[in-house]
Design a protein around this ligand. Structure first.
Ligand code: UD1
Ligand code: UDP
Length: 403
């Protein structure tokens, strides 16, 4: 079907640090095809300070800012504020497609409100599953629900594609692209390597550095307490270890971590790092200890063994490849896992040399190409498709009712 001169309007919606990191390269790839796509960006601002530096890194000025973040926000707050504030923007801009990434509550709410407006949803990083709705909470539910409304699913791996097929998503709507985080990492690692070492750099004086991050809702309370106890055990038992922990600003994480860990000389707590700096520290680290999703993907690409402080992972590819182990948020298991890797050179070497299963750095380019082809074959401006973009049929409106 021939395409007219009308551009395909794509709106990228993101709200949190990992979404901006993983969609930054997609924005770039779509903008590189400016003759085909008119690309706009909408920032829910579920996160605020953690995203601002990322917009500079990826040269993005969000066209819309929903400004939803509040201190200790609830999940309901995120959903309702995103839906209420995004809806009129969709009504005005009428994008042909809304693209969301991953499993945050911003992504879910944006996908749902787009669906209500009969706008196609494209889902980047589709098909990750643990199968347990409570782990991670609420991300497992968010991503399953996004898959129910997504027209196009960009699966990072063959396993993610299989998970979608198993749930009945039609084959033709799933594309294996790799994970866009590797695109972002490759773009950033060059900048990180260009930075000079600093006198204040950790991991000097022959000590081994462990990069730690923790923020998951299901780890609030006992999980965080266990993680802090494990970190203290590790530095007490191993004189040659240093820990660097950029602390998530969520008070439910920040307060207990600062209370427990701020006094140890070989544990450095810092505010969240800009992405380039985080990548630089990751490169200097011997091991990454985390409950983050993104770090499970990035660390293996940089040859760093990962200990995952969760009982389940939706990224089993890296555990199966041998680059990561699951320790849960459990003090003894964390200590044992880290020490086994760091004390046994063979284990370390094996874990540091696995093939990264998450992508080759060209996922965003593939996504842009797929969208181009998909809209090309469907005809973005045909009346059949247009009907789907219409929101309220005339008879449901007051004007329509009078006719
Ligand atoms: C959110 C996502 C999670 C994702 C994570 C990435 C949901 C429900 N959770 O979790 O899936 O893995 O982001 O980091 O979508 N805050 C600030 N400044 C910021 C950001 C957060 O002060 O820039 C504080 C606020 O008090 C906020 C709180 O952190 O209320 C929690 O933020 P929220 O986005 O709800 O949860 P995250 O744990 O960040
Ligand atoms: N990150 C960062 N600065 C930090 C901590 C993390 O730039 O201080 C990056 C990290 O490299 C990864 C992303 O943020 O790309 C992961 O974010 P987070 O752990 O908050 O979320 P998740 O991936 O678990 O959803």
């Amino acid at each position: 079907m021939a395409r007219s001169s009308e551009k395909i309007r794509v709106m990228i919606v993101f709200g949190t640090r990992p979404e901006v990191i993983k969609l930054g390269p997609v924005v770039k790839a779509l903008r590189a095809r400016g003759r085909t796509f008119s690309t706009s960006t909408c920032f829910t601002a579920q996160h605020r300070r953690m995203c601002d530096p990322l917009f500079r890194l990826f040269a993005i000025t969000p066209d819309h800012d929903l400004d939803i973040m509040t201190e200790r926000q609830s999940l309901k707050d995120i959903v309702t504020r995103t839906m209420q504030r995004l809806d009129p923007i969709l009504a005005k801009e009428k994008p042909h497609m809304v693209i969301v990434q991953g499993d945050t509550t911003s992504a879910f709410a944006a996908a749902l409100v787009a669906f209500y407006r009969h706008i196609f949803v494209g889902h980047v990083e589709a098909g990750l599953r643990t199968g347990d709705l409570w782990n991670p909470y609420p991300e497992e539910l968010n991503r399953q629900l996004i898959s129910r409304v997504a027209e196009l699913n960009f699966a990072p791996t063959a396993r993610a594609r299989r998970a979608l097929l198993d749930e009945g998503v039609p084959e033709g709507r799933i594309f294996v692209t790799g994970n866009t985080v590797i695109d972002a990492l490759m773009f950033t690692v060059a900048k990180a390597r260009a930075r000079r070492p600093r006198a204040s750099d950790r991991g000097r004086a022959g000590r081994r550095l462990i990069l730690v991050t923790a923020h998951r809702r299901e780890n609030f309370g006992t999980g965080i307490t266990e993680i802090c106890a494990a970190l203290l055990d590790l530095v007490e038992r191993n004189d040659d270890l240093e820990i660097f922990l950029p602390v998530h600003p969520n008070p439910a994480v920040k307060e207990p971590i600062e209370r427990a860990l701020s006094k140890h000389s070989r544990i450095t707590l810092s505010p969240p790092l800009e992405y380039v700096e985080l990548v630089r520290i990751m490169e200097r680290s011997s091991l990454v200890l985390t409950d983050s999703g993104g770090l499970q993907e990035e660390a293996p690409a940089l040859g760093k063994p990962v200990v995952v402080m969760r009982d389940e992972t939706e990224r089993p590819e890296i555990v199966e490849a041998g680059g990561a182990v699951l320790a849960g948020p459990h003090r003894d298991r964390i200590v044992k896992s880290v020490e086994k890797i760091l004390h046994d050179p063979k284990t370390y070497a094996r874990m540091a040399h696995v093939r990264n299963p998450f992508g080759d750095g060209r996922a965003s380019e593939r996504i842009a190409k797929i969208l181009d082809g998909w809209f090309g074959s469907h005809g973005a401006d045909t009346s059949a498709l247009r009907k789907r973009y219409e929101y309220a049929p005339a008879k449901n409106t007051r004007r329509g009712a009078r006719r």
